[in-house]
Design a protein around this ligand. Structure first.
Ligand SMILES: [Zn+2]
Ligand SMILES: [Zn+2]
Length: 350
């Protein structure tokens, strides 16, 4: 039996790199040699045990985590028709059974036995040298995109959902709260979709500066000024047309409700680890504000890949660190070392 290295989380703050069975190219499976794995805040919360999915029992230990990756096809099962060894690829972050009624209709996200890569109802994740994924969930990475960009497609596909049903024009102002990867992608997409002014609100000077490289026209440091007043000043007192809240902070959500314009919209793309008190609800009612949650969806990944190909603004400035796979436990065990400067950490396998 051939083996590979993979990381499994056995319990809070107990992650181990081990030799495990290397996945086999059977049936319609594509075996991918992983070249980049992106480190997600969800991975960190699975490692610490603070994830609400751990508390709810939806993610269980031991967990082979990791869900953001890109790589090269190593081998394919006999039923695979669209891929061959050497193809550069990425995949969906979920895996369907391929046999139930929904799967038969091609509606894989409604699969009755749906698994998520590296998280809920866990399909073995990508802190591993190889991944095994059914062909229907694998996509070619265009030649002009790098492996870093390939591994950014998954987190980008989460932010992408925040723009569903939104039309942005030169007259519109979009405000993004949060300087993590999801917030940075929201800035990048707001600019791509044509918002006249994109404002990024954060609290770290170095991260805000990176926001300017991916499309922010104006940056607001929440440590230095009154955020609501600053947004009003940038919008002739009207407030923002679209606010995308990615920070998971109660304060940012409160500010969003008070800085959105009448008939404006707020997209929430974040998890709040606890329920929030003291949220002002009346501004939603009086302002006829639309509040919508967004958490990713089937079909997003190829759409985001296409935007990456077309957008003259590169998303790669948000990759702040490259860490060799051999050292990847350090990212979790010594998270404070990276905290103040990290946006997206990429684990490198080559
Ligand atoms: Zn993620
Ligand atoms: Zn199914």
């Amino acid at each position: 039996m051939s083996t590979m290295k993979a990381v499994t989380v056995y319990g809070p703050r107990d992650a181990r790199m081990e030799d495990v069975a290397k996945p086999a190219a059977v049936g319609d499976m594509v075996v991918i040699k992983v070249l980049r794995t992106g480190v997600c805040a969800t991975d960190q919360s699975i490692y610490t045990g603070e994830s609400s999915f751990i508390r709810s029992g939806e993610i269980v230990y031991p967990c082979r985590f990791g869900h953001e990756y890109a790589g090269v096809v190593e081998s394919v099962g006999p039923a695979v028709t669209k891929f061959k060894a050497g193809d550069r690829v990425y995949s969906d972050n979920f895996v369907s059974c391929g046999e139930c009624e929904a799967c038969m209709r091609g509606d894989y996200i409604s699969c009755s036995k749906l698994q998520s890569v590296g998280t809920v109802n866990c399909w073995d994740g990508c802190y591993a040298e190889y991944m095994q994924i059914p062909e229907r969930h694998v996509f070619l990475l265009p030649d002009e995109l790098s492996m870093d960009e390939g591994a950014l497609i998954e987190p980008a596909s989460i932010s992408y959902d925040a723009f569903k049903g939104v039309e942005l024009s030169k007259e519109d102002t979009a405000v993004v709260f949060g300087t993590g990867a999801i917030g940075m992608v929201a800035v990048w997409l707001a600019k791509y979709y044509g918002a006249g002014k994109v404002i990024l609100v954060g609290r770290s000077h170095s991260k805000i500066e990176i926001g300017k490289k991916v499309g922010a026209d104006v940056v607001i440091n929440g440590r230095e000024c009154d955020v609501i007043e600053a947004i009003k000043a940038e919008t002739d007192g009207k407030g923002a047309d679209l606010i995308i809240e990615t920070s998971g902070s109660a304060e940012a959500l409160r500010q969003s409700l008070l800085a959105v314009k009448r008939f404006g919209r707020i997209s929430i793309v974040s998890f709040y680890e606890k329920n929030l008190d003291d949220l002002p609800i009346d501004p939603i009612v009086l302002g006829c504000v639309t509040v919508r949650g967004a958490a990713g969806n089937a079909g997003n990944a190829p759409a985001v890949c296409e935007i990456m190909r077309k957008n003259p603004i590169k998303l790669t400035p948000i990759v702040t660190h490259h860490v060799p796979f051999a050292d990847c436990l350090d990212v979790f065990e010594n998270e404070e070392k990276y905290r103040s400067t990290k946006i997206k950490i990429m684990i490198k396998f080559d």
